[in-house]
Design a protein around this ligand. Structure first.
Ligand SMILES: NC(=O)C1=CN([C@@H]2O[C@H](COP(=O)(O)OP(=O)(O)OC[C@H]3O[C@@H](n4cnc5c(N)ncnc54)[C@H](O)[C@@H]3O)[C@@H](O)[C@H]2O)C=CC1
Ligand SMILES: O=C(O)C(=O)Cc1ccc(O)cc1
Length: 373
């Protein structure tokens, strides 16, 4: 890879545009962007989202080190297959789609079919965005302090994960590694279900407003705005997201329905005490969801690594399950088949990380972070 990485962003909408402009502003590397829509390409060029705007995928990825597909989930496989045909032989690939199970399988099989090693792909999903779409909504600060999930599998190479997470770290994102299916299960609960809840609330109020007039919305205050903001999102994008995670969303909806039924019963019975207890539980849960302050001090956790497929994903996703962010990664090569993976994490998480890894039978110890890695 060249010293200034060359980034190719395929899709110049909200997420691709935000990633491109963040990388450009922070001088992460040389950014080339493309989009199938000529209007989007023109807007992206006019807004200065990238160093270069290319006419098509082939021109965009020609000299790329890192290729990011920032397009709807249904077309990620197609776009990355095209990209892999034209990118340099050592380029790595990622995406930003809100679904990871189906997308990871699709990309892996498309790359294999095109004769490209899927070791060069890792799926990704920034847990930040907005209800807006398109290049005009791009925001260079969108990913600062945001969690960016990466979903390595047994196929993923350490160098792929290292290179992609390196770019993300530089734009201020916090990388958490999870298995693709686990990602989908969790986002059903904290992203897809809230989306449906917001849309249902907006729909109920909209219907009332159609019947009773604007007075309904005139009395809606900040609480209504906060809980329904994401209902203004692109319905086509969300149709694809919900259809692609149907089973996990149905599980989450079941839990929500049960809870709503419980609330209804408490109200019907006039059991105000039990209702207050439920509201108190919710307030405590909400308070815990406020992000923790970022710890600047780091250590390297050194994990003995067998040269076998899946070892990297086992280590990084074990840390992800414990909500421990990966700050950086490096390989330490040794003689024979055994080497070590150095995973840089916040110093405050060190003890927990060692517990998690040793509980999985992995040999791990901590070392002071070496600036050279
Ligand atoms: N909207 C949000 O808040 C978030 C969205 N995502 C994911 O990011 C991805 C992109 O979403 P947004 O940026 O919000 O949508 P967007 O609609 O703002 O941008 C998508 C862009 O992809 C382009 N595109 C479509 N097919 C293409 C192709 N074959 N080749 C090149 N460009 C193509 C479209 O012309 C459009 O400009 C989706 O997979 C979405 O699930 C992830 C996190 C947050
Ligand atoms: O608008 C917001 O706050 C969001 O949370 C947007 C969002 C939309 C889709 C995703 O896959 C992730 C985040």
């Amino acid at each position: 890879m060249s010293t200034t990485p060359r980034l190719a962003v395929l899709g110049g909408g909200l997420i691709g545009g935000s990633l491109a402009v963040a990388c450009r502003r922070l001088a992460v590397g040389h950014v080339t962007l493309t989009d199938t829509s000529a209007d989007v390409r023109r807007a992206a060029a006019g807004l200065g989202l990238a160093d270069e705007v290319a006419e098509d995928v082939a021109a965009c990825v020609r000299a790329a080190d890192v290729v990011v597909a920032a397009v709807p989930a249904a077309v990620v496989g197609d776009v990355l297959e095209q990209a892999a045909r034209y990118a340099p032989a050592d380029a790595v690939f990622t995406d930003v789609a809100s679904l990871k199970g189906s997308v990871t399988l699709e990309v892996t099989s498309r790359l294999r079919a095109a004769g490209v090693d899927p070791a060069r792909f890792v799926g990704g999903h920034p847990m930040a965005g907005s209800e807006r779409s398109g290049p005009q909504a791009a925001d260079a600060t969108l990913f600062q302090a945001a969690t960016w999930v990466l979903t390595p599998t047994a196929d993923t190479a350490a160098e792929t994960l290292r290179r992609v997470s390196g770019v993300l770290r530089q734009i201020g994102a916090r990388v958490l590694a999870l298995a693709p299916a686990r990602h989908d299960e969790l986002v059903a609960l904290v992203s897809h279900l809230p989306h449906l809840a917001a849309c249902t609330l907006a729909d109920v109020a909209g219907e009332a407003s159609a019947r009773a007039g604007e007075v309904v919305l005139a009395v809606a205050g900040g609480g209504f705005r906060d809980t329904t903001r994401i209902a203004a999102s692109d319905p086509r994008l969300w149709r694809g997201i919900l259809a692609g995670n149907r089973d996990a969303v149905l599980v989450a909806l079941n839990r929500y329905e049960q809870r709503l039924t419980e609330v209804r019963r408490l109200l019907e019975r006039g059991d105000d005490e039990a209702l207050e207890a439920l509201l108190g539980r919710a307030a405590r849960a909400r308070a815990q969801l406020v992000p923790k302050a970022v710890d600047d001090a780091v250590v390297d956790v050194v994990v003995a690594l067998d040269d076998r497929p899946g070892a990297l994903a086992t280590i990084t996703t074990a840390l992800g399950e414990a909500a421990i962010n990966v700050e950086d990664l490096a390989m330490r090569h040794a003689e024979g088949r055994r080497g070590a993976l150095l995973v840089r994490i916040a110093a405050g998480e060190c003890e927990r990380a060692l517990e998690v890894l040793t509980a999985r039978g992995l040999a791990a110890h901590a070392e002071p972070a070496d600036a050279a890695t």
